[in-house]
Design a protein around this ligand. Structure first.
Ligand code: SAM
Ligand code: SF4
Length: 322
């Protein structure tokens, strides 16, 4: 079992397999970064898998693959199959913008993927295009349908932004509900890579919009998931992730690995260590020591919630996978 310096059990690894993306979401990567990490600096799936095996042996039992856009990484299904074959019961999930899901859903499911979170910020072509800066909606909706069709468990993520897609909170919720999919509304998190002047809806604002049409009860968090959950009278559940009011640090169970092999103990904390050399040498012992060292350095509280300046992280969401 992996336990950090504050006694928190860590069992969840998020792997960003690429920072590249085919969208330019205003809140995440509005412009193509000045330079991408060169492809030769990325860890191969074989190297990533070596670390995954170390992490699983040490107690990781939940892995989410994210990005950038993870479906841009060639042969992702083979990486998923490697993990699934190694530990068939593992909770293996993906976060994707859904654009390529129609093409890959079956392959991913066959490889052993169980769950996927798909981002859907609008049901209007023009608004989806405004946010992603690309004509995306048709592909994303087809991707959601295909993912459901092949048997993946799906959740939808929406980031409601004032004056942009805030009027669609109920529409997107009802779209998800009609398909039997739970939705997570995510408060926009300010970061220095996002387009200026964006303003997100707060959890309270989202609650009151949903409350104009539905009655629901708050049922709290489920496990270590950061989402606060709510239940309608008919049993349908939705969630809100509200980092502005809750820091989730107390029972944080996660660590993050970037595509370059940087192991990050906390999203809002600059310290991190690279496992790249260790895995490229095939040095399992060294990789395991680095993992433990990173856990030892996992801060009690993230920097964002620590100070009053609301100072944001130096890391981009597309680099760490959110
Ligand atoms: N490209 C994939 C996607 O969009 O789902 C995976 C990576 S993306 C960084 C993961 C999640 O982070 C998405 O649900 C996205 O909406 C969310 N996200 C990105 N930037 C955000 C921000 N500034 N505030 C809140 N959520 C954000
Ligand atoms: Fe790409 Fe996801 Fe970031 Fe949008 S939120 S730019 S889809 S990584």
């Amino acid at each position: 079992m992996l336990v950090d310096g504050f006694g928190r059990k860590v069992n969840y690894l998020r792997i960003s397999v690429t920072e590249r993306c085919n969208f330019r979401c205003q809140y995440c990567m509005p412009e193509k970064p000045f330079s991408w990490v060169p492809k030769e600096n990325l860890l191969s799936f074989e190297d990533l898998f070596l670390f995954v095996k170390v992490a699983i042996d040490e107690g990781i039992d939940k892995i989410r693959i994210t990005g950038g856009e993870p479906l841009l990484r060639y042969d992702l299904d083979k990486f998923i199959a490697m993990i699934n074959k190694h530990k068939p019961g593992l909770d293996l999930a993906l976060t994707t913008n859904g654009f390529l899901m129609k093409e890959y859903a079956q392959k991913l499911y066959d490889a052993g993927l169980k769950r996927a979170n798909i981002s859907l910020d609008s049901l209007k072509d023009s608004v989806a295009q405004q946010i992603a800066q690309k004509d995306v909606l048709k592909n994303v909706k087809e991707g959601i349908d295909e993912a459901l069709h092949v048997g993946l468990k799906i959740k939808i993520n929406m980031v409601p932004l004032k004056g942009i897609n805030d009027v669609e909170v109920l529409d997107v919720l009802e779209y998800a509900k009609a398909k039997g999919i739970s939705i997570r509304f995510i408060e926009y998190m300010e970061n220095r890579f996002a387009k200026e002047k964006l303003q997100g809806l707060s959890a309270k604002e989202i609650e009151s919009i949903v409350g104009t049409k539905y009655s629901f009860e708050e049922i709290g968090r489920e496990g270590s998931s950061p989402a606060h959950m709510y239940r309608f009278e008919d049993g349908y559940k939705f969630g809100i992730i509200d980092p502005h009011n809750h820091d989730f640090c107390e029972d944080c169970n996660r660590i993050r690995l970037t595509a370059e092999g940087v192991l990050i103990p906390c999203l809002y904390f600059d310290e991190a260590m690279s496992i790249k050399e260790a895995v490229q040498k095939g040095d399992i012992l060294e990789a395991s020591l680095i993992l433990k060292e990173v856990l030892k350095n996992k801060p009690e509280k993230n920097k964002w919630s620590n100070d009053d300046t609301n100072e944001t992280s130096n890391r981009a969401f597309y680099e760490t996978g959110g």
